[in-house]
Every structure is written in structure tokens, then in C-alpha cells.
Design a protein around this ligand. Structure first.
Ligand SMILES: Cc1cc2nc3c(=O)[nH]c(=O)nc-3n(C[C@H](O)[C@H](O)[C@H](O)COP(=O)(O)OP(=O)(O)OC[C@H]3O[C@@H](n4cnc5c(N)ncnc54)[C@H](O)[C@@H]3O)c2cc1C
Length: 501
């Protein structure tokens, strides 16, 4: 449905549920609710996934750190979700990868302690990958691993994902199940009747649009307290925010494992192979300003690269090799004191006028958080049972059943199947009439023009940054620049002209 038509429906209908915030949590709440047969609207002030859900470490993991904090339940749940995501929900977007945890002579952990922790972690993960490997074997997996004073490496398995695309797949699932979804639609006020929240006023393309709904869920992530404040100006603060910064450098050589790098007794940092780059991070510093003011400072990048250099050849992670950086905000319960030792629990609260707010938690457990949110809303929404069984997101299926043009080179084919799965045929459809759409958006990357057009026609992309940062892999490869922006803007314009015809 076109944007004007969606706006029209939003302003004329009364929904069962309005979800504020199209990050991974809001979009999954919307998708699950729509599949239950409810009428649902999902809105986001910026782009879908434009908040925390594209700024994570991109790990779908149990979280070794949480075991150290004694949170066995969280680790067990996360492993359960990781299995559901890799096997059923998003196997094309969530991939298993081995992790090496190097143990240096002057490091914070004793090998025996780590070995027993990894054994326990792997038992919770139902994984058999859990042993200590010698430095020579470790270098085969990670060629740039530092070997001076290295005693051994613990080996275990977790998974990585493309967080923005995972979020988008949930938005798409919501839309396919009948939800009306709109990005760049900011909730500026909540509508009330009889002391209850019954909808919201949105600012959309400079105009105000009213949406009516029986129930409103606030899934605004770091902005959760701002929306709670619209419900009740005295609502106060329910969460604390801390900033996490990542940096990307080109990976030299094939990395067949990621690195978990111990920094102290609790904190670890990561170096994860990601689209031919290494994703390094992250930091953890208090953020007391407006969420939208989160920014990468030079000191953050310095910290990220120097922490990576504990275990990675320092010349590989030197500051001048950094090609891209990004920052996101963790949402922690307000009573938290010290961020690193705080459990990444979800903060769920009912407001005085009946709005349910949900924030925090992990990307890994997004499904569980969304289902838990709907469980709480059962009486309001008149739902008897919330079906918790995992189901495949759009694009999941046997790619062989939708054959691709034979002339696609294998690398491009794999790239498209990873991002779109069975929807790849739709992405390539317009290229039948216009072969220039098969040309790369940047000569050094695999993303092609057809993807930008598809982002605008089928994936709600409105601006070049939506395509460059969240629909393709251009940003992560450090290939964003004026030429790419111009070409993407051209393609978005072309989609708009076609839609207006
Ligand atoms: C540095 C960092 C690393 C992380 N790494 C991992 C990891 O490796 N693995 C893992 O499992 N988890 C990780 N997490 C946690 C994970 O990223 C978050 O739990 C998850 O993305 C939160 O999603 P969300 O939908 O709650 O919030 P968000 O993605 O922030 O979505 C909230 C949305 O609300 C919208 N919004 C705000 N105000 C309004 C308004 N007025 N009207 C309409 N919309 C509005 C915003 O635009 C935004 O898109 C990490 C988090 C951080 C910060």
C-alpha cells in the first residue's frame, strides 16, 4: 500500500492496537498481534530499525557475560531463542559462528575457570563446541590473533545477524499479516478518553494525523520515558541509558571465527567478521542527554580499537583503518547502578492511563519479549491464547523453488539470498526490463541498484540513508559516499514517480 493510502487508513480507522516504535520489539509485537487477527497500526518517528535495532553488536547469543553474573535463566532463554531463529524464524539472516576467547598470561581469567564456564554455557546451548584450543589452531581460525603470551583459547559457538534486516523482516511480517505500518510518523501526543489512552496524534510529513486505538503499546526504546511522559507528565524515569559504540575495519584474511576479548572480570569486547569487515566493540558509558543526541566521539573509537588490539594484530585495528562507526543506546532499569554488571532485563510497565510500555532486553530474545507483551494485553485485546510457536519470517523458504537468473555471479546470488531469501526474485524482477539495475551501487561492494529500487517500492525506504545504512550492506563496508547517495536518491525518485502514476 502506498504511503498516502496508509496515512488515509490510519486516520479513518479504529485499531485494536497501536504500536509506537518500529524497532525490533515494536515490529515483532505488531507482527504477532496481526497474526492473531487483530487490527494493528505500527508507527515509527524515524526509519524502522533506525534506533537501537540497527546499532547492536549484531550477536544472537546466550551471552557469556550473563553467566558470569549468575543469570542462568537469561542465558538459557537466549539460547532457546537463538535456536528458534537459526532453525525456523530467520535462518537466512541468523548464522552460527565459532567464537574464540583468548586467554593471555596476564589476562583476567584462569583457564580452568573459563573452561568450566564454557562447558556450562555450551550445555545450556546444547552445543558440543566447547574446548580449549592451542594457539597454532586458534591462528588457523583467526589469522590476525595476537600470540605473544597467549596460553590457549576457549572455543564455543553463538550466532551473528544483520539486526536492521531482521527488524525489517518483522515489519514486513506485520504488514503481510494485515498491519498498517508507517515510518517517519512521530507520536507527538496521546489521545485520551475517560482517563484512558485511546490513540495518538502523529506528525507525518509536516501534518498532524490522528490514530484511534483500543490499546497502545509504547515500544519506543531509548525514548520510552518520553512517551510515558505524554501519558502522564509525572511518570518520571523508568530507564537509564548507556552508549555503546562500534567501529568497522577491513578484515585482512579469512576470519573463520569471531573473538570474545576479555577486558576485565566482567566486561568483554568483540571482533566479529561481518561482510568482509571486522565489527569491533563496544563501549558502555552513561548517556544523560536526549536519545537523539547520541554520537560517536573520537575517544569512543580510540577505546574500541585499543580494546580490540588486546587480541588482534594492532596494525589491523589501528584508528586510520576505521571505515565506519555507529553508536546506540542500551536501555537499563532505572535502579541500575553500574551498567556492566546490570542484567539486560526488559522493563515493562503499565501507565496510569492504561498504556503498556516495554523497553530494554536483548535483540536475541525479541520474540519472547513481544510475546510476553501480548500475554499482558490479553484481557484488553480479548485474546484467549497467544501462540508461542516460532514461524518463519518473510523470505524464509527453499530458494531453489524460486529460480534466479543464470547470469548472476555466485557471490551476488549468495549476497541477495542472505538479505532477501525467496524474495530475491521480486528484487530482481524490474531488472528484466532494465539490466542497469544489476549494476553495483559501489564498485567495491556487492549491493546492486535493484536493491535500492526494491527498498523504495517494497521496504518503506524514503531517504538514501535508509537504503545505505539499513537495507543494504554499503554503510558497514565503509562504502557510503556522495556517488552512492546520488544514485540511491535517483532510484528512490524513480520509485516515487512510478507510484504516482
Ligand atoms: C551497543 C549495543 C549493543 C547491543 N548488542 C546486542 C547484541 O549483540 N545482541 C543482542 O541480543 N542485543 C544487543 N543489544 C540490545 C538490542 O539492540 C536492543 O535490545 C534492541 O535493539 C531494542 O529494540 P527496541 O525495539 O526496544 O528499541 P529501538 O530499536 O530503539 O526502537 C525504538 C523505536 O522507537 C521509535 N520512536 C521513538 N520515539 C518515537 C515517537 N515519538 N513516535 C514514534 N516512534 C518513536 C524510534 O525511532 C525507534 O526506531 C545491544 C544494544 C546496544 C545499545
Amino acid at each position: 500500500m502506498s504511503r498516502p493510502d496508509t496515512i488515509d487508513v490510519l486516520s479513518r480507522s479504529r485499531f485494536d492496537l497501536l504500536v509506537v516504535g518500529g524497532g525490533i520489539i515494536g515490529s515483532a509485537v505488531a507482527a504477532h498481534a496481526a497474526r492473531l487477527g487483530l487490527s494493528v497500526a505500527l508507527v515509527d518517528a524515524g526509519d524502522f530499525g533506525g534506533g537501537t535495532s540497527s546499532a547492536s553488536s549484531k550477536l544472537v547469543h546466550g551471552g557469556l557475560r550473563y553467566l558470569r553474573l549468575g543469570d542462568v535463566r537469561l542465558v538459557r532463554e537466549a539460547h532457546h531463542e537463538r535456536r528458534a531463529l537459526t532453525k525456523i524464524v530467520a535462518p537466512r539472516l541468523v548464522h552460527r559462528i565459532p567464537f574464540l576467547l583468548p586467554l593471555y598470561e596476564d589476562g583476567p581469567y584462569r583457564p580452568a575457570v573459563v573452561q568450566s564456564a564454557i562447558l556450562f554455557y555450551s550445555a545450556l546451548a546444547r552445543s558440543r563446541l566447547n574446548w580449549l584450543v592451542q594457539p597454532a589452531r586458534a591462528r588457523e581460525l583467526v589469522p590476525s590473533l595476537r600470540r605473544e603470551r597467549l596460553r590457549a583459547c576457549a572455543l564455543y559457538a553463538d550466532a551473528w545477524t544483520n539486526d536492521a534486516r531482521l527488524c525489517l523482516a518483522n515489519v514486513r511480517a506485520a504488514s503481510e499479516a494485515g498491519a498498517y505500518v508507517l515510518n517517519r510518523a512521530e507520536v507527538v501526543e496521546l489521545r485520551k478518553a475517560g482517563g484512558r489512552v485511546v490513540g495518538a496524534e502523529l506528525r507525518v510529513d509536516g501534518e498532524l494525523v490522528s490514530v484511534e486505538a483500543r490499546t497502545v503499546v509504547n515500544a519506543a526504546g531509548p525514548w520510552v520515558d518520553r512517551i510515558r511522559g505524554l501519558e502522564n507528565p509525572a511518570a518520571g524515569t523508568s530507564v537509564l541509558l548507556t552508549k555503546g559504540v562500534h567501529a568497522l575495519v577491513p578484515a585482512a584474511g579469512p576470519w573463520r571465527a569471531a573473538l570474545t576479548i576479555p577486558q576485565d572480570q566482567v566486561r568483554v569486547s568483540f571482533a566479529v567478521p561481518f561482510y568482509g569487515m571486522l565489527l569491533l566493540g563496544t563501549t558502555d558509558t552513561p548517556h544523560e542527554r536526549e536519545p537523539s543526541q547520541v554520537a560517536v566521539e573520537p575517544a569512543d573509537v580510540e577505546q574500541v580499537v585499543s580494546e580490540a588490539a588486546v587480541a588482534v594484530d594492532p596494525s589491523l585495528v589501528a584508528g586510520e583503518r576505521v571505515r565506519a562507526t555507529f553508536a546506540g543506546l542500551r536501555v537499563l532499569p532505572a535502579e541500575a547502578r553500574e551498567s556492566v554488571s546490570v542484567r539486560r532485563e526488559t522493563v515493562i510497565s503499565w501507565g496510569s492511563a492504561g498504556m503498556l510500555s516495554v523497553a530494554g532486553g536483548k535483540l536475541t530474545t525479541y520474540r519472547r519479549i513481544a510475546l510476553g507483551t501480548l500475554e499482558r494485553l490479553r484481557p484488553e485485546l480479548g485474546i484467549h491464547v497467544v501462540d508461542r510457536r516460532p514461524w518463519p519470517l518473510p523470505g524464509v523458504g527453499d530458494a531453489a523453488s524460486s529460480p534466479l537468473p543464470g547470469e548472476l555471479n555466485p557471490a551476488l546470488r549468495d549476497h541477495l539470498l542472505h538479505l532477501y531469501g525467496t524474495l530475491t526474485t521480486q528484487v530482481l524482477e524490474p531488472a528484466r526490463d532494465d539490466p542497469t539495475l544489476l549494476e553495483p551501487l559501489h564498485p567495491e561492494g556487492p549491493d546492486i541498484a535493484a536493491q535500492a529500487l526494491y527498498a523504495a517500492t517494497h521496504e518503506w525506504a524514503l531517504r538514501a540513508e535508509d537504503v545505505v545504512r539499513r537495507r543494504t550492506t554499503i554503510f558497514y563496508r565503509g562504502l557510503a559516499g556522495d556517488d552512492v547517495t546520488r544514485r540511491v536518491e535517483e532510484l528512490i525518485g524513480r520509485a516515487a514517480v512510478a507510484a504516482a502514476r
